[in-house]
Write a protein that binds this ligand. Structure first.
Ligand code: PHE
Length: 341
């Protein structure tokens, strides 16, 4: 029996050396050390031995089992490494291939334009003042010197809410009143950015929602020269050092006098092109000296305080700058458009 054990042991080691895969190893294990494997079958015959020989046989079986188990573990490790090496060389990785580009997203062109505007006015000491999108008729119109049936309301057809006299703001100018209520009697230098809403026919040139950046300066001895200087500096920082500006008389109920500012066309340098309609000028914003009634409504005494205000449309600036001919593109969420900025 001991001899038989030795032969089994020898044969098993040889078979093990020939096992080259996980399957080979599994089979070997089943046939050798498994519950119905050759070693186990041999031990069952222990009963046919003389009683004295049994412990010796048992000890030898245990030694053989341990040796085989160790041989199996070593071989299994070898096979695993060999399989891994084969896999690595088969699936060789070309580390010189360029990686996959991760789409990153970017800022909306209007956000970019707004931030460029904040930067210029920020450098001139203007703070960003956030005002609300849902506004009362009083703040949006009345305190800005638009009485209830004033014809200037006609230009700003409004979206009404279910609450009487609560509307979506039609311009950022209402924020002037809120800023004045908060700051008075301190001097003010703020810009008021945000979305505005008008009940308009949607066309390539007008949308029902669009952004504005309002500006307001209130203090002592502020004159129209300050307005011109500030806005001309803005135009040069925004559109180029060589830009000229001109101011044309206009009308807004909340400023007096009022003006519209044109900037010499930055596309043709004032020579005349399609964008400036061969005038050499681009209309950029509305502005004026804060009307005494508005100062009063904000809590400032118009006998001792003066101020200027302006309002501009980032969509219009972006359209001029990038040659965009349809304002609807900004809020249509079409990636083919947005990815270009
Ligand atoms: N609120 C005006 C508009 O919507 C623009 C403006 C702002 C004009 C401030 C003058 C001063 O058209």
């Amino acid at each position: 029996m001991l001899e038989e054990l030795e032969q089994l042991h020898e044969a098993a080691l040889q078979q093990l050396a020939a096992a080259n895969s996980g399957d080979d190893l599994d089979n070997w294990y089943k046939q050798t050390l498994g519950r119905k494997g050759s070693i186990q079958l041999l031990t069952r015959k222990v009963g046919s031995l003389a009683a004295d020989d049994r412990p010796i046989f048992g000890r030898n079986v245990n030694i053989a089992k341990k040796a085989l188990q160790e041989a199996y573990d070593a071989r299994a490790q070898q096979v695993k490494m060999a399989e891994l090496a084969a896999k690595i060389s088969a699936e060789a990785l070309d580390v010189t291939l360029p990686g996959r580009v991760q789409p990153q997203g970017r800022l909306h062109p209007i956000t970019q334009t707004m931030r460029a505007i904040y930067r210029v006015f920020g450098d001139m000491g203007f703070q960003v003042y956030r005002s609300r999108d849902v506004e009362t008729d009083e703040i949006n119109f009345e305190l800005l010197n638009f009485p209830p049936h004033h014809p200037a309301r006609e230009m700003q057809d409004s979206f009404y809410t279910n609450t009487p006299d609560v509307i979506l703001r039609t311009h950022t100018s209402g924020g002037q009143i809120r800023a004045m209520h908060e700051y008075h009697p301190e001097p003010i230098r703020v810009i008021l950015p945000g979305m505005c809403y008008r009940n308009e026919q949607i066309t390539t040139r007008s949308e029902i929602q669009f952004t504005q950046v309002e500006g307001l300066a209130v203090g002592h001895n502020i004159t129209f020269a300050d307005l011109k200087g500030t806005l001309t500096e803005f135009a040069r920082r925004m559109f180029g050092e060589e830009r000229d500006t001109r101011f044309r008389a206009s009308y807004f109920p909340f400023t007096e006098p009022s003006a519209e500012m044109d900037v010499s066309c930055f596309l043709c340098d004032g020579d005349g092109c399609q964008v400036c309609k061969y005038t050499g000028w681009l209309e950029i914003l509305g502005c004026g000296m804060v009307h005494p009634n508005v100062l009063r409504n904000g809590g400032y005494d118009p006998d001792t305080y003066t101020g200027f205000a302006f309002g501009l449309g980032p969509e219009r600036i972006a359209m001029l700058k990038y040659g965009i001919d349809d304002i609807r593109l900004f809020w249509a969420n079409d990636l083919r458009f947005l990815e270009q900025f």
